[in-house]
Design a protein around this ligand. Structure first.
Ligand SMILES: Cc1ncc(COP(=O)(O)O)c(C=O)c1O
Length: 325
């Protein structure tokens, strides 16, 4: 709970004081549902993961690509045939308002989640049920520039596909696939796994998209390879272009991972993380390669509002929500 100046708000160890539910900012502990909602209720839930970056010079928290995340959120609800209860501008206002209510003045992460509002389980074939939405946020320090590099393996699991569980929808159920991949990777002593699609081509990481560098050219699997249509991936394609690096969106073979000069994973939560090795084949010197490092630095400039060309990707939290920086 909180009193007084938001700057003085002390966050509880594991959650901030407020979340947003059914159109209101409410105390975290008062957001409860009946036990019978647990279980099947998640089968049709969809969500977004959105980052916000603090800029101490501007005294501003910038939400990164908010409109694009809300567009994908709406698309995911559409796949579920949910009736959308809130418009994208309403959700944008809710997200910036919640950051303000929680007094966030550090890098942060936000998750809106939509589920079927009907409270009785058993809506496996429901259509046109209104969505209910709750939004949480939390501090999430950026790892850009940490120098971290992940030891990856190629997973024995196959990526979900468009005719089974469409990867284009950010549905909670899809993450069982990611969970199998990550758990297997970690049990086998790796940091994370890379998944091949049903054609045997590289799809993505467990929770992130992937780029490889070979002979000065960046390659990343196409949007129809079974990836989540990643917003970070789109940004990096543009930023690599700015750096004069050619980008190919194409099929990537498993063995290309073994001979890449460098490679990295990208996604909202993970940001841009170097791959140290794949199946024990070390890439470069095992640390972030030169392109990965340069791209991380450029990305950090952008997300913190220090690239005047890209301020349209940012929504300031403390200025009027929705206004360009
Ligand atoms: C399965 C999966 N693929 C890719 C991504 C990267 O997507 P984005 O860059 O939009 O966060 C994520 C992260 O959200 C993910 O969960």
């Amino acid at each position: 709970m909180t009193t007084g100046d938001p700057k003085q708000i002390v966050h509880a160890a594991d959650h901030p004081p407020f979340l947003w539910w059914r159109g209101e900012v409410i105390p975290w502990d008062s957001a409860t549902v009946h036990l019978t909602m647990v279980g099947w209720s998640a089968i049709s839930a969809v969500f977004e993961g959105i980052r916000a970056y603090w800029n101490p010079d501007d005294e501003e928290l910038y939400v990164f690509r908010l409109e694009d995340h809300l567009k994908r959120f709406a698309q995911s609800q559409r796949f579920m045939r949910m009736k959308q209860t809130y418009s994208q501008p309403q959700l944008a206002e809710a997200i910036t308002g919640l950051f303000r209510a929680n007094g966030h003045r550090t890098d942060a992460y936000c998750q809106p989640l939509a589920y079927m509002a009907r409270t009785v389980p058993g809506y496996l074939a429901a259509e046109g049920v209104p969505s209910e939405v709750f939004i949480t946020n939390r501090s999430a320090p950026s790892n850009l520039g940490s120098g971290k590099a992940s030891r990856c393996c190629v997973s024995s699991w196959t990526r979900i596909s468009d005719n089974s569980l469409p990867p284009r929808a950010k549905a909670i159920t899809n993450y069982q696939n990611s969970r199998y991949v990550s758990t297997e990777a970690q049990l086998n002593g790796f940091d994370s796994g890379i998944i091949l699609n049903d054609q045997g081509k590289v799809a993505e990481g467990a929770y992130a998209c992937i780029f490889i560098m070979r002979d000065g050219v960046a390659s990343t699997p196409t949007r129809t390879t079974g990836i989540l249509e990643s917003i970070t991936r789109e940004c990096l394609i543009e930023l690599l272009g700015d750096m004069g690096i050619r980008v190919q969106e194409r099929d990537v073979d498993r063995t290309e991972l073994y001979v890449a000069d460098e490679a990295f994973l990208c996604g909202t939560l993970i940001e841009l993380e170097a791959i140290a090795s794949v199946d024990h084949f070390t890439l470069g010197d095992g640390g972030p390669g030169p392109v990965t490092k340069a791209l991380q630095a450029r990305f950090e400039q952008v997300v913190r509002g220090r690239d005047p060309k890209r301020t349209h990707w940012l929504t300031p939290v403390h200025a009027k929500a929705g206004a360009p920086a």
